[in-house]
Design a protein. Sequence first.
Length: 306
Amino acid sequence: MFRMLHWFLVGVICASFLVAPAACGGAELKEETLKSWDSYIQTVNAQNRGRLQSSFLWIDEEPERVDRVRAGNILVSPVGQNNPKTVPSGLIHDWIGAAFIPNARLRDVLSTVRDYGRYKEFYKPTVVEARALGTDGDCDKYSMRVLNTTVVAETALDTEYQACYLRLDELRWYSTAQTTRVQEIRHYGRPDEQELPPNQGSGYLWRLYSIARFEERDGGVYIEVEAIALSRDIPVGLRWLVNPIVRRVSRNTILTSLQQMEEAVRLAAGTAKQRAKPSTIAASNAEGTIASASKTESSFTPRPKP
């Protein structure tokens, strides 16, 4: 699950490096930024608890969404307005995506998502190391080393996570997951490789959090993931240029990640052959353009600013 979030954040912040590399030097996570993040996550969790008592899946709020996802489309939408959201010395990126895996069973999806030792196989070449660190009740602990050489050259992240899985009933589960350690490795793989202290570095990833919902019905499994991340801020004078790029990259990377999740499920089940997908739909595109679709959606009530 967090492999998807890494792709999401690397894509998001690489956009700012492309546009304004000089503005993206060393950074340090500030206490006021972390407090705003914690407040935002509390709001997210409160809203999720409310959802568990009503419409479990986001797509069920609009019948047309269910039809599109059931037909093989992937829906991706920003949560709320002004995404990314500005907090003191930082940005919060909050997106949701939904997909359907036909002919899959819930137990197979959950088994794949929790098979951390195979993440390197499922998600190469981005994940270069991954391993389980143990289980505590309903919660798993695991680590990953994620490599990015596209724009933030020769940079890797050593990360540890806690993911908790909860069963609502036989056909519905949900999970929450968060980083417990994020440490940047500068000049990865070179003789001058440097492991930076936690909360220091480029700032393209400070924290990650996700809520995932899984439901087996209609001859397959629906998957929804809300991916939330904290990064360094973008200078005010560059936001008008950078933010549209960030939104486009965010949408496309979470979309790709859901596709790869399906491939991982099929690979784990021994059916790696991919099915042909109809057009992919990106909902609520802030730029007013839609990838392979003729209609936009705007479905979220903005969350209060932390």
